[in-house]
Design a protein around this ligand. Structure first.
Ligand SMILES: Nc1nc2c(c(=O)[nH]1)N[C@H]1C(S)=C(S)[C@@H](COP(=O)(O)O)O[C@H]1N2
Ligand SMILES: [Mo]
Length: 418
């Protein structure tokens, strides 16, 4: 196939169609998958009672969450990664959506669930799960990105796979009740200078302070994801959704909300999840996840296996500030750019947007990059631009442009361009 042009390919395509009729492949060789009765046509398939709750087909068994063993000391306070290199569209199935726990995923039945709201409120209240379900609910699609996503790449190209460099993200359709309804119910002091402190029921509690304006804006007390109950690992039965803001604030197994007049400055918002700048001073808080994108295929775990000809370049873009309005793709390390096609024109706000660029690949090496632009006009920065402000000792909030090197044989590697 080495010298195939688009015209040859189209001719080949026609030959395939003609060959199918004659039971032959495009090369004129009889294709047994067409000419012979296949095994699966000789017996009956599984009955409808075989899988009351379906699992992915066995041939897709490598599309799974994976972790990087050296990253954390144990698997209890750890992270695994969404297989973004193998997914398409925008919704992340719960079964392969990354998990981040500080003290493991707990077992919390609905009957034992309680949500307490206290502090600067008229009437402190405790809600049961059933009571939460009686408030008017909404559906929203949002991405959740851990602030540490891409955090291992500050000092150089490190992990060889989009799953590992960019897999601390998932995107689900949540069903839940706007947080403001609960704050109204308890008669909270909704002044702009107030805060809420949210805690989980797990041993770590993962406490975080959230400014009142954000709490009233679009935070959601969610109990369903992608139509079904939250999975245990994502906070069953109830978690907080903080759209566009760092994943750490999305408290799972939501147990308590305290209305307060100043931030708590807990561990998770001081020694963790803050950013050390170039001059060694740590920036106080970075809540919003800036615009970012990643080419998911081709990528190191998803090399080009089909040879020359039409190639679908595909990836994901998102911004904590709102919608993605444009994604550019470069094949030469950022010198020239083409505008990608968005899977859904102007996707949902604070949700993943899928993009595509359909090209003709003739086997030339490529330095593939994508660059997201959001509705505020913000353009995803290069690694160099980020390092000028942040230095190389940062961990969190790395939204730089990623480069994949595509070799002549279609294999892909994580590289840096300067
Ligand atoms: N109660 C509780 N909430 C938590 C955490 C936790 O350990 N305990 N981890 C946080 C972090 S750091 C992230 S990135 C997100 C991850 O959500 P997920 O596990 O559903 O992907 O949950 C956040 N909420
Ligand atoms: Mo996180």
């Amino acid at each position: 196939m080495s010298n195939t042009t688009r015209r040859d390919l189209l001719k080949g395509g026609l030959a395939v169609t003609a060959g199918l009729a004659a039971g032959k492949s495009s090369a004129g060789i009889p294709d047994p998958l067409i000419t012979q009765v296949q095994d699966w046509a000789t017996y009956t398939g599984d009955g409808v009672d075989a899988t009351p709750y379906g699992m992915p087909v066995e041939y897709e068994s490598d599309v799974i969450r994976r972790n990087v063993p050296w990253l954390t000391a144990d698997s209890i306070s750890s992270i695994n990664f969404t297989p973004v290199h193998a997914l398409d569209g925008t919704i992340t199935p719960q079964g392969c959506a990354f998990e981040r726990h500080h003290s493991g995923a707990i077992d919390l039945p609905k009957e034992a669930y309680r949500l307490m709201i206290n502090g600067l409120v008229d009437t402190p209240l405790v809600f049961t799960y059933d009571e939460i379900e009686r408030f008017p609910r909404e559906n929203h699609i949002y991405f959740c990105e851990c602030a540490a996503n891409t955090g291992m790449e500050w000092a150089g190209a490190q992990l060889n796979g989009a799953q590992f460099t960019h897999g601390m993200i998932h995107n689900m359709e949540y069903t839940g009740v706007p947080l403001r309804m609960f704050l109204n119910e308890v008669g909270a002091d909704l002044s702009s200078q107030n805060w809420i402190y949210v805690e989980g029921a797990d041993a770590s509690s993962n406490g975080r302070s959230i400014p009142m304006d954000k709490a009233l804006d679009d935070c959601l007390v969610a109990f369903k994801a992608n139509g079904e109950a939250l999975r245990k690992e994502h906070g069953y039965p109830v978690r907080l959704i903080v759209p566009g803001w760092e994943g750490n604030m999305w408290v799972k197994w939501l147990r308590r909300i305290e209305v307060i007049d100043m931030p708590v400055e807990s561990r998770e918002e001081t020694s963790k999840y803050t950013d050390v700048l170039e001059d060694g001073v740590a920036r106080k808080w970075t809540w919003v996840m800036d615009a970012k994108s990643i080419i998911t295929s081709p990528s190191p775990q998803s090399p080009i296996l089909h040879g020359h000809g039409p190639l679908v370049i595909s990836g994901l873009a998102w911004s904590g500030h709102g919608k993605i309005v444009r994604v550019d793709i470069s094949q030469d390390g950022g010198m020239n750019w083409k505008i990608a096609r968005l899977g859904k024109q102007q996707g949902d706000s604070k949700a993943l947007t899928r993009f595509y660029l359909d090209i003709e690949w003739n086997g030339d090496q490529m330095l593939l990059q994508s660059r997201a632009i959001d509705e505020t006009g913000y353009v995803q920065p290069t690694k160099e631009q980020l390092r000028q402000i942040r230095g190389e000792n940062s961990v969190y909030h790395n939204n730089c442009i990623q480069t994949w090197h595509i070799s002549e044989n279609g294999s892909v590697e994580n590289v840096e361009v300067s």
